[in-house]
Write a protein that binds this ligand. Structure first.
Ligand code: FAD
Length: 355
């Protein structure tokens, strides 16, 4: 019976950095809210990141508001450290996170947003969507993909270099995940080949706050114009760590343009080149996980959802946090604060008269 569904000011979908930051500020604003998270435990996407991604090798994890990430052994997997930190954070601020609760669809009832899950529905006056990208790995399509007899996997399935020992591996993609995988795989693999659509962009020079701000501004410009966001890394360029410098010197990061097709036993280019392969690792990135918002028809002609800051231009009840320019731990933290400040004003303006 839809009349029996719980009614709240705000439903937050997702309990990663973006959802937890939003929840912290919703609590402080005194709003009535619930956080619905598809994961079985705390950590957001970090729960699923490969064990060789260590705290000391990630780009940097920004603190959530109000409780700092504890200092700990840099060698520990980031997945463990962040899951513990987020779990402690949820308890410390007594955040109402329900899990595992996967949102299937959000519909406009006219008066509220109806958030539908396998464990019932919620009626919300406003929505903060903080679902990240991990649940939508992007696999490009190439001719012959179904004929390839070896193994194909995406970064989202990567667990470390062990299973590639003795294999001939082709890594596809120009981002940081491709670079890290190649550096890890190369020593044990029989052969590695790196292919990217465009020549990789190396950052020479330090990653300064100015560089970060310029990259974020470029992504913001795209989403405010209704275009789909590029990843922030594609805009900042790849960081030249000592490992990367060494890998470039030794040839591990020599790159070829992407093949034209896959065959049963390798990859082929129209100019006659062929590279035999046992495994293809698609390090081809992610898209925002927004399928559940499809009934709201937020996507415009530019292929993206037009936003003003975090607010969806076409529906002021809906905010996207961790989307486009805020798809980083620092961006998500700030965007949660901004979204709640706006929603607080919006909900106050629409409050039903008392009595
Ligand atoms: P997530 O952490 O993905 O959280 C989203 C949550 O929403 C998940 O718990 C998910 O289960 C849930 N969810 C999804 N769909 C639904 C649904 N329909 N219903 C209910 N729940 C749902 N950024 C940095 O700043 N520093 C780094 O070092 C860094 N390293 C990265 C490394 C990798 C390999 C990748 C892929 C990204 C990295 N990023 C990094 C970017 C990173 O994605 C963001 O920084 C940030 O962690 C994303 O937080 P989020 O809250 O938006 O999403």
């Amino acid at each position: 019976d839809p009349g029996m569904d719980p009614v709240v000011d705000v439903v937050v979908i997702g309990a990663g950095q973006a959802g937890l930051s939003s929840a912290y500020f919703l609590r402080r604003a005194g709003l009535d809210f619930v956080v619905l998270d598809a994961n079985p435990g705390p950590g957001g996407a970090w729960r699923h990141r490969w064990p060789t991604l260590r705290l000391g090798t990630v780009h940097g994890i920004h603190d959530l508001p109000g409780l700092a990430l504890p200092h700990t052994d840099e060698d520990r997997p980031a997945s463990e450290v962040v899951a513990e930190y987020f779990g402690r954070y949820e308890r410390e601020f007594d955040l109402p996170v329900l899990r595992p609760v996967a949102v299937k669809a959000v519909r406009d009832t006219g008066s509220t947003l109806r958030v539908e899950t396998a464990r019932g529905a919620w009626e919300a006056r406003a929505l903060i969507n903080a679902t990240g990208t991990w649940d939508r790995p992007f696999w490009p399509r190439y001719p012959g993909q179904a004929e390839f007899a070896g193994r194909q996997l995406h970064t989202a399935d990567y667990r470390g270099p062990e299973e590639f020992v003795g294999k001939r591996v082709v890594v596809v993609g120009g981002g940081a995940s491709a670079v890290q995988a190649l550096i890890e795989l190369a020593p044990g693999a029989a052969a590695t080949t790196w292919v990217t659509r465009r020549p990789p962009v190396w950052r020479d020079g330090p990653f300064t706050p100015e560089v970060g701000r310029a990259a974020v501004a470029r992504v913001a410009e795209a989403v405010e114009a209704g275009r789909p966001p590029e990843s922030v890394v594609s805009v900042t360029g790849l960081v030249l760590t000592p490992e990367v410098v060494e890998a470039r010197r030794s040839g591990v990061l020599d790159r070829l343009p992407v093949f034209d097709r896959l065959t049963a036993d390798g990859v082929a280019w129209d100019d006659g080149r062929f590279v035999p392969a046992d495994t293809i690792l698609w390090a081809t990135g992610f898209r925002h996980a927004l399928d559940h918002l499809a009934p709201l028809r937020l996507r415009g002609h530019g292929g993206g959802i037009t936003v003003a800051g975090t607010r969806v231009a076409a529906d002021p009840r809906v905010h996207l946090v961790g989307y486009g320019p805020s798809a980083s731990t620092i961006g998500a933290t700030r965007a949660g604060r901004a979204a709640v400040a706006e929603l607080k004003r919006y909900l106050a303006g629409r409050a039903a008269p008392v009595g």
